[in-house]
Every structure is written in structure tokens, then in C-alpha cells.
Design a protein around this ligand. Structure first.
Ligand code: OXD
Ligand code: MN
Length: 595
């Protein structure tokens, strides 16, 4: 039972708001988190007592715990996520919209008394390095001890945030209750004008850890437009060459498309002396800084990564990161206190406990781990953490990379002709859907900048903001598109991915520094075979060519199908982007006729 109810702040705005929310939710107790190690231990013990967490074997996985979520609550719920701007137009055609008054009323009804018999945890946190002018403060009020513990890993949590806040009223107000955990009473509502998030009915991931998708992407993207910066669904990676030259890239991929893997990449043998280090694996906040460059910070403090498919070949650094002090959610458990998932290095045990807590036998057709099962691990566990991961200034970005999951059309790597063309390519990005969000139709969906579920306002205005950034960045990064997921006629992936992604990455770095050639195609620049280091790659030249090729018939179909997407964006679609599409389509048609 938490005991600490004294209030560690005199901030009148914060105290007033906590009191008001407590009056609404009616918890039995209010507990203020301080973020200390002692507190983490005691909350963990309480969570174990309440059977919210199950301890794993302390020898195999020291400091690690297991959590089963409610089987109706295993992923982000985009259809229950709302942007509550004063008008529907401000939320735009890609977001669900609810009138703010109606949303406060409706969710107010669900919050009313929702915490009876429970503890309300006050979780103060900083998104971004504590001393950074980039950072933002949030306070999450939650009735989930699991959420409080996760927030302690994912953010700089506790006293540090209250100290930074002082007497200011400038903080994100996040109210969260698992309530009845019912899909019929589940809503994730964002009020960008009020810097407020209300989330009810889910305890999982991005629905419930309000610092992540809600504040650091949806609300931050809204603030970023007004303040002239970018809040993006991007990993940040550091690449050091054998000569000691260090460069940084930021890369956007839709959920569950390998951002964590790319940010922790281990180069193949032929790249002897190269080192890739992680600054961030999911979110980048980028502003114009020294040298007129775009500088990026990772607002998070930990990793909330997809577990299935993680192993010592695909991501050894992630495997090391989850050896200790990690929370596992919805993977399978073994009788000897370890965890297992599909795609782990070892075979499944003959008998295990599946992600729902039911007995599971080898050979079962059911998955033992949920495809969206996750680890929550402190980033300090990562052996390849960049020494600049906590730098208040961030890191200067040389290249922006956009990648979807596409079995056709999009080549392994493509450089845009210029900024506007790059923004156009990013705005039309498509991706085949994954398990990170529930209820999505299988197939390709447009996922601009990998931000479709996270743009906190109208998509057309967001694209305009991206175009406008060009004039703010004297020394802008170059823009690239990549596709690790292209398939051959046999239905198999053409490119091996993982560590081998170092090869296109090296070309990207060299292009950014203006020291490697390329071939100009109708749709952008691609490497010629000799521009890529292919030493030691066990792939035929023909397969590499297939992975890299620009097929004009595929592109004609692609460009035609983008029209429907642009029509959906409607009248706020920047004319620059509409013209980019028309011009490219015209070029492709001419080239096809000529060819
Ligand atoms: C995530 C997501 O959890 O994108 O990072 O869904
Ligand atoms: Mn993500």
C-alpha cells in the first residue's frame, strides 16, 4: 500500500489540478512519485503483491518482471484515439475528432469515481534531457501501478520534473485511468489547445504511457508547428567511421518496422571499424541549431520495443538491453522463470505459459507471445548507447530517412532531388500494416512520415509546416527513402536487412557529405552497383539489382494511386505537393513511352 501522500510541491497550478482531478476520480489515496530507486523497489514489491507483476528468475533475468495485459488491451487503438480541437477542420481528415466540450463531458462521466478503491499516482516527468531547453514537462495522473513503473523507465521521472517545473503552469496535464478496461469505454483524447490528454479504459503502451505517443508526438507536433520545430516518429542513430568521423541520421518507419533494430545496428564484417550507436529508437524532436543544422534530441529515457523477432542475430544490442531491469509484457513465460517469444534464438520449451497466462504446448498453432508483446528497458542498458544521448543540445542531423514496409515499387534506397521532393516522398509513404495497432485493414496504407496515427492536427497543414521548415534550416539534412521489405517474384524478401542495412546507410552518409556518385532516375537518385560496398554480401548481383531497381510501370501505378490520398487530404494539401505528384507522373509516362 503506498504511504507517501505528502505533496512535494507548492506549485499552485499543479496542486489545484491534482485536487480537481482527484475530486472527479475519487481515489482512496493520492501518491506522489519521486522517481527514486527506493520508490521503484517499493512500487515493484507492491505490484508483485497485487499480482500485476510476476518476478522472473533473478539469476537469468535480474530485476526483470512480467506483466500480462488484459487480452482485450494489447495495442494502440487508433479508432478510439481523438484529437479534440475546437473545429473538426483543425484535426483534419486523418484524425478522429471529438468536440472538446463533448469529450470532457463524455470522458468526465467515465472518470467519475473510476479510481474508487484505488491509488492515484501523480507521475511528474520530463520529456528530453533534464537540462535541455528542448524538453517539455508532463504530469500523468494514473491509477495503474504498472503505468507508473513503466513511466519510471521511459521518462526522466519524479523530483527532477518538479524541480524543473518550479511554480510554472506550463506542463502537459495527463489524466489516465484503466477504469473498467472495456473496449466500449476506451477513449484516448487529446486537447492540443489545453496541452491536455485524457485516456480512459486501456492500460497498454501508447494508450496509457502518456509521455510517449500522446505528449511527445501528438501534442508536441502541434506545439512544434507553432514554435517552428519538428516532433517526429524517428529513431536517431550515430555512425562513427573508422577514421573517427561522427554523423547522425534520423529515420522514420511505421510502428513495428524495425526502428529499434536499425538504431542498434551492428555493421557486417566488411565494415570493420564502423560503430553505430543509439541516440533514440522511436521519437526525435528537432530544431534548428548551431551551424544552421537541424539538431535532434530523443525525448525518451527508455525503450518500449516489440519483442517477437528480437534475437542475437537481428539485434544483439537489444538482447543485451533486456537482460536486466526490464519489464516484459505479453511474451510467453517458462516454468523456470524465463521468457520466450517467436523468433528468439532458442526453440520454444515443450511447455510454456502463453501471453494470456494459459498453458501452451510446442506445436500449438496459437502464438505463445503476442505479436505486439513488448519490453520496457532503460536506455542505459544499451551497450551501444551514444554518449550524446543525454546531451541537452542534441545531435546535428545529416540525413533524414523515411522507410515503409513495401513488397513492391520502392527501391532499397532513393535520394530525393531536393527538400520539397523529399517532403513529397515522405508525405506519400505507404506501408503494409503491422500488429502495433488494432483493427487496421491488411494491405498498404498511406503513412506520411510514419506519423499517420500521431499528427496532432490537420495533415495538410503538417505537410505545409514541413515545407516551411526548409527556409528555417540554412544547412538542411538530405532526404532519403528506404525499403528493407521488397519481395521477389518468389514472395521472399530480396534484401537481408538488419546489419546489412549498413550498406545503404553508408551510401546515405556519403551522399550527405557529397562524396559518392549516384544514378539519376525519373523518381530520384539511386546508387549504382559500384557505389555500394557489397563485399561479403551473399547475394547475387541480380537480386541486389532487383532490390534497387526503379520499375516505371510500378511507379506509374503508385503515382496514380497517390491521387486518392491527396484527395483525402483535401483543401489544405500544399499545392507544391500536388504539383510534385503531377510532374513525376508526367515524367514517368514520358519515360515509359520513350523506353
Ligand atoms: C510504438 C508504436 O509503440 O509506434 O512505438 O506503436
Ligand atoms: Mn513508435
Amino acid at each position: 500500500m503506498p504511504t507517501k501522500s505528502e505533496r512535494p510541491t507548492t506549485n499552485p497550478h499543479l496542486l489545484g489540478w491534482v485536487e480537481e482531478m482527484a475530486k472527479l476520480c475519487k481515489p482512496d489515496r493520492v501518491y506522489w512519485c519521486d522517481g527514486s530507486e527506493a520508490e521503484r523497489k517499493s512500487l515493484t514489491e507492491q505490484a508483485v503483491e497485487q499480482k500485476v507483476l510476476i518476478p522472473l528468475d533473478p539469476k537469468r533475468r535480474p530485476g526483470c518482471y512480467y506483466h500480462h495485459s488484459n487480452p482485450n488491451d494489447v495495442a494502440r487503438v487508433e479508432h478510439l484515439t481523438f484529437i479534440c480541437t475546437p473545429t473538426k477542420e483543425e484535426a483534419g481528415p486523418t484524425n478522429n475528432w471529438m468536440d472538446p466540450k463533448e469529450a470532457y463531458r463524455k470522458l468526465g462521466g467515465l472518470f467519475d469515481g473510476a479510481m474508487k478503491g484505488r491509488t492515484l499516482y501523480v507521475v511528474p516527468y520530463v520529456m528530453g534531457p533534464a537540462g535541455s531547453e528542448f524538453s517539455k514537462i508532463g504530469i500523468e495522473l494514473t491509477d495503474s501501478i504498472y503505468v507508473a513503473l513503466n513511466m519510471g523507465i521511459m521518462t526522466r521521472m519524479g523530483t527532477v520534473a518538479l524541480e524543473r517545473l518550479g511554480a510554472s503552469n506550463d506542463f502537459n496535464r495527463g489524466l489516465h485511468s484503466v477504469a473498467r478496461c472495456s473496449p466500449d469505454e476506451r477513449f484516448i483524447c487529446h486537447f492540443p489547445q489545453d496541452n491536455t490528454v485524457w485516456s480512459v479504459g486501456s492500460g497498454y503502451g501508447g494508450n496509457a504511457l502518456l509521455g510517449k505517443k500522446c505528449l511527445a508526438l501528438r501534442i508536441a507536433s502541434y506545439l512544434a508547428r507553432d514554435e517552428g520545430w519538428l516532433a517526429e516518429h524517428m529513431l536517431i542513430l550515430e555512425a562513427e567511421s573508422p577514421r573517427g568521423e561522427v554523423s547522425y541520421v534520423a529515420a522514420a518507419f511505421p510502428s513495428a518496422c524495425g526502428k529499434t533494430n536499425f538504431s542498434m545496428l551492428i555493421p557486417p564484417k566488411t565494415f570493420e571499424g564502423w560503430r553505430i550507436r543509439t541516440v533514440g529508437d522511436d521519437i526525435a524532436w528537432m530544431r534548428v541549431g548551431d551551424g544552421g543544422q537541424l539538431w535532434a534530441v530523443n525525448p525518451e529515457y527508455g525503450y518500449f520495443g516489440v519483442v517477437p523477432g528480437t534475437n542475437n542475430t537481428t539485434n544483439p544490442n537489444a538482447m543485451r538491453s533486456i537482460e536486466k531491469d526490464t519489464l516484459f509484457t505479453n511474451v510467453a513465460r517458462t516454468a523456470d522463470g524465463d521468457v520466450w517469444w517467436e523468433g528468439k534464438d532458442n526453440e520454444p520449451y515443450p511447455e510454456m505459459i502463453d501471453w494470456k497466462g494459459a498453458p501452451w504446448k510446442k506445436g500449438s498453432t496459437e502464438k505463445a507471445a503476442h505479436p505486439n508483446s513488448r519490453f520496457t528497458a532503460p536506455m542505459s542498458n544499451n551497450p551501444a548507447l551514444s554518449r550524446f544521448a543525454h546531451d541537452p543540445k542534441g545531435v546535428p542531423i545529416s540525413a533524414l530517412i523515411f522507410g515503409g514496409r513495401r513488397s513492391t515499387t520502392v527501391p532499397l534506397v532513393l535520394q530525393s532531388f531536393n527538400w520539397a521532393h523529399g517532403v513529397y516522398l515522405a508525405s506519400t509513404m505507404g506501408s503494409e500494416t503491422t500488429a502495433a495497432a488494432e483493427g487496421l485493414k491488411a494491405g498498404v496504407r498511406r503513412d506520411p512520415m510514419a506519423m499517420l496515427p500521431f499528427i496532432g492536427y490537420d495533415a495538410g497543414s503538417y505537410f505545409q509546416h514541413w515545407l516551411d521548415m526548409q527556409s528555417r534550416i540554412p544547412n538542411p539534412p538530405k532526404i532519403f527513402v528506404v525499403n528493407w521489405f521488397r519481395k521477389g517474384s518468389d514472395g521472399k524478401f530480396l534484401w537481408p536487412g538488419y546489419g546489412e542495412n549498413m550498406r545503404p546507410l553508408k551510401w546515405i552518409l556519403d551522399r550527405s557529405h557529397g562524396r559518392v556518385s549516384a544514378m539519376e532516375t525519373t523518381v530520384g537518385f539511386i546508387p549504382r552497383m559500384e557505389d555500394l560496398n557489397l563485399n561479403g554480401l551473399s547475394l547475387s548481383d541480380e537480386t541486389v539489382r532487383d532490390a534497387m531497381k526503379v520499375d516505371l510501370a510500378e511507379w506509374e501505378a503508385e503515382l496514380e494511386s497517390q491521387r486518392e490520398w491527396f484527395d483525402k487530404i483535401g483543401k489544405t494539401l500544399p499545392r507544391t505537393l500536388a504539383l510534385q505528384r503531377e510532374m513525376l507522373l508526367e515524367k514517368v509516362r514520358i519515360a515509359r513511352k520513350a523506353g
